[in-house]
Design a protein around this ligand. Structure first.
Ligand code: GLC
Ligand code: CA
Length: 604
C-alpha cells in the first residue's frame, strides 16, 4: 500500500446546522465553526468534514442542493467559507466538503428547466418517463414510497432514489458528468482538501429498469436490490477521479454501503476510485428488512466480529475510515453499548449510579443521572423504561479506544468526543428528520402502537445525532442565544464541553489522549500502519487485538461488559500507554480487567 499524506491524521465531522450558532437565529453557521476552530485544535483533529452548506431548501438538511456554487445564507457567505478554509489551514487543518451528486434539489435550475421543457436539453439531466406508460419500475425510495413521482406541470414522471425533493441526476448523460466535474474542480481550486462523497453507489442504475420481487405490502422492493443488479459504476468513478481529485491529490472518502464482493481494491486500493471509504460493517448489524423499528440491539460479540471481519477484508489493500456514528446514525455509545449495559441505565451505571467502578469516583457525575430516573418530566413508568440507556464514561472511553485503535482513518462525529447520547423523543412532533418520519409510518403500518413505534424508531433516528452540540451548562447547551432549530438533549447539564475540558478523567480528555497517541512519534508508525491481529477472539465480551509494527507490538484490550474478567497476557508488558481506569491488577501473566476497562499496552 502506498503511503498517503492523510494516513496519520484524525478526522472530525461537523454537522454545521447543529454545531455552533454565531448570530442567534437558532441555526449553526460557518462563523460559528470558525469560532470553534481553536477548540478543534485543542482536541487535536486534523481533517474537518462539513456536511452540506450549499444553497438548499434543506428538505433533507442540505443533501438537496439547489446551487452547487453558492453557500446557503443560513450558513453564511462565500467569504465565510473562504475564511474558514484559510483559518483552518493556518492551524494545520484540512477542510472537506460533502459532495452530493447523485441528486440535486427540485429547486435547482436544471430541474426547473426540465419541468419547463421535458423534451429539451435539461430533461435529459434527469430520469424521466411518460406518465401514461405507468411506473417504469417498482423500486422503493430510501425515504418511503415509489421512486417515481409526477413531474409537475407535465405528462412526465421523474425518478428520485431519496426524497421527492431530491431528483436523481442522469449520470448516463456526459453533459451531467462534465457539469459535476467542473464544480468539483471549482471547489478544489478554492483550497479544499477533498470531499466526503454522498450516496455515490446510487449513480449507476440497473438498466433497462425493471421490477424486482416486492418485499413489503406496498408492492415495492428495497433500493439495494436494484443496486445489486447495477453494473459498470467503475467507469463513472474512474472518470470522475481522473478529471478532478487526482489532479489535486485530494482526499476522498466514499459513502459506500454496498460494493460488490471482491471490489474493495477497486474502490480504495492504490489505484482506487477513492482514497478511503467508511467501514459501515458495524452499522449494518441488526438491521431488518421490515424497517428500522425491527432492528435488533448490537451485542459485543457481533460488534467485535464485524470490526475484525472488516479488518481482514481490507488487510493491506487500503485504509478504511472508521467511525461509531455520523449524522445518519444513532449515537454510537447508545447503540453499541446499550445491549451490554441493559436498558434502564441501572446496569450501565454498574452499581446503580453509585459510581461503582473502581477509580472512577466521578463516573456518576459524568453520566446523565442515576438509574435512568433523572427527570424527563411527566413521564410515566412505562415510558421511563423506554428512555435510552444511560451509559457511564468508562464504557464510552472503551468504545472510543476500541474503534480508534483499529487500522484506518478514525472519524469523530461532533459531540462524540464528549460522549453525547441518544435523545428521548416523547412525541413524533419532536422529530424533524424525513427518514425517521417514514420509518415511523412503516412501524405503524406494521401494527405497532404509536408509543411503541416512536420508541422503536427513536432508537435509530438520525435526529439523535443532530441535536445541538453541547458546549456548556447554559441555556440550549450554549449552542445558540436564540431558539435552536432542533431541541437540545436535556442531559447537556452534565454532558458538555466546558465541564470536561481539562478534567483528567473526562471522555473528552480520553479522546485527546487517543489522538495524541496517534501523533506520538514513538508509536505512530505502529498505530497507523501496524498489522492488526485479533487476540483471544473466542473470549466472550473481550475485544482484544495486536497492532504489530517493525520491532514494536501494541496490545489493545477492551472488556466489553460491566462485570470484570480475567485475560491471559501473551507476554510481558513493557508499558501501559493508555488505561481508562486508575486500577491495574496484573498477576502471574494475567490481567484482571474491571467492567468496561480499556487499555493499550506496549509488549516486550
Ligand atoms: C447520505 C447522507 C444522508 C442523506 C442521503 C441523501 O446517506 O449521509 O444524510 O439523507 O445521502 O443525500
Ligand atoms: Ca446562525
Amino acid at each position: 500500500m502506498k503511503r498517503q499524506w492523510w494516513h496519520n491524521k484524525t478526522a472530525y465531522q461537523i454537522y454545521p446546522k447543529s454545531f455552533y450558532d454565531s448570530n442567534g437565529d437558532g441555526i449553526g453557521d460557518l462563523p460559528g465553526i470558525i469560532e470553534k476552530l481553536d477548540y478543534l485544535k485543542y482536541l487535536g483533529v486534523d481533517i474537518l468534514w462539513l456536511s452540506p452548506i450549499y444553497q438548499s431548501p434543506l428538505a433533507d438538511q442540505g443533501y438537496d442542493i439547489s446551487d452547487y456554487y453558492q453557500i446557503d445564507p443560513r450558513f453564511g457567505t462565500m467569504e465565510d467559507m473562504d475564511r474558514l478554509i484559510k483559518e483552518a489551514k493556518s492551524r494545520g487543518m484540512y477542510v472537506l466538503m460533502d459532495l452530493v451528486v447523485n441528486h440535486c434539489s427540485d429547486e435547482h435550475e436544471w430541474f426547473k428547466k426540465a419541468m419547463a421543457d421535458p423534451e429539451g436539453e435539461y430533461g435529459n439531466f434527469f430520469y424521466l418517463a411518460d406518465q401514461k406508460d405507468g411506473r417504469p419500475c417498482n423500486w422503493r425510495s430510501y425515504f418511503g414510497g415509489s421512486v417515481w413521482d409526477p413531474l409537475p406541470g407535465t405528462d412526465k414522471q421523474y425518478l428520485h432514489m431519496f426524497h421527492k425533493k431530491q431528483p436523481d441526476l442522469n449520470w448516463e448523460n456526459p453533459k451531467v458528468r462534465q457539469e459535476i466535474y467542473k464544480n468539483i474542480r471549482w471547489w478544489l481550486d478554492k483550497g479544499l482538501s477533498g470531499f466526503r462523497i454522498d450516496a455515490i453507489i446510487n449513480i449507476k442504475k440497473a438498466l433497462p429498469m425493471q421490477d424486482y420481487p416486492a418485499d413489503r405490502a406496498d408492492g415495492l422492493c428495497a433500493p439495494d436490490v436494484m443496486l445489486s443488479h447495477a453494473e459498470g459504476i467503475g467507469e463513472f468513478l474512474k472518470e470522475m477521479r481522473d478529471e478532478t481529485f487526482r489532479k489535486y491529490d485530494a482526499f476522498t472518502v466514499g459513502e459506500v454501503f454496498n460494493e460488490k464482493p471482491g471490489e474493495l481494491e477497486k474502490f480504495i486500493g492504490d489505484d482506487g476510485y477513492f482514497s478511503s471509504m467508511f467501514d459501515f460493517n458495524e452499522h449494518l448489524i441488526g438491521q431488518d428488512p421490515r424497517g428500522s423499528w425491527a432492528a435488533k440491539d448490537v451485542t459485543a460479540e457481533e460488534y467485535k466480529e464485524a470490526c475484525f471481519m472488516a479488518q481482514e477484508k481490507v488487510g493491506d489493500v487500503g485504509f478504511y475510515s472508521t467511525l461509531i456514528e455520523n449524522h445518519d446514525e444513532a449515537r454510537g455509545v447508545s447503540r453499541f453499548l446499550a445491549a451490554q449495559a441493559g436498558k434502564c441505565g441501572r446496569a450501565a451505571e454498574g452499581q446503580c449510579g453509585q459510581g461503582g467502578q473502581d477509580g472512577q469516583s466521578t463516573a456518576s457525575q459524568d453520566a446523565a443521572g442515576q438509574c435512568g430516573q433523572e427527570g424527563q418530566d411527566g413521564q410515566g413508568a412505562v415510558k421511563q423504561a423506554e428512555a435510552p440507556a444511560v451509559i457511564n464514561s468508562t464504557a464510552k472511553k472503551m468504545l472510543a479506544g476500541l474503534y480508534f485503535m483499529l487500522r484506518g482513518l478514525p472519524f469523530i462525529y461532533q459531540g462524540q468526543e464528549i460522549g453525547m447520547e441518544n435523545v428521548h423523543f416523547t412525541s413524533i412532533d419532536e422529530v424533524d428528520d424525513i427518514s425517521t418520519r417514514f420509518e415511523y409510518q412503516t412501524a405503524l403500518e406494521a401494527g405497532l402502537s404509536p408509543e411503541d413505534a416512536l420508541a422503536a424508531v427513536g432508537r435509530s433516528s438520525r435526529d439523535n445525532a443532530r441535536t445541538p452540540m453541547q458546549w456548556e451548562d447554559a441555556p440550549h447547551a450554549g449552542f445558540t442565544a436564540g431558539e435552536p432549530w432542533l431541541k437540545e438533549n436535556p442531559n447537556y447539564h452534565e454532558i458538555n464541553v466546558k465541564a470536561q475540558m481539562g478534567r483528567k478523567d473526562s471522555v473528552l480528555e480520553f479522546y485527546r489522549s487517543l489522538i495524541a497517541l496517534r501523533k506520538d512519534e514513538q508509536y505512530q508508525e505502529t498505530v497507523v500502519y501496524g498489522a492488526l491481529e485479533p487476540y483471544r477472539r473466542e473470549q466472550k465480551n473481550l475485544m482484544a487485538y495486536f497492532r504489530k509494527g517493525q520491532g514494536q507490538t501494541l496490545l489493545v484490550l477492551g472488556n466489553f461488559q460491566e462485570e470484570g474478567q480475567l485475560v491471559r497476557l501473551p507476554g510481558k508488558v513493557k508499558a501501559v500507554l493508555l488505561n481508562n481506569l486508575e486500577s491495574w491488577e496484573e498477576e502471574n501473566g494475567s490481567l484482571w480487567l474491571q467492567g468496561w476497562q480499556f487499555a493499550v499496552l506496549e509488549m516486550e
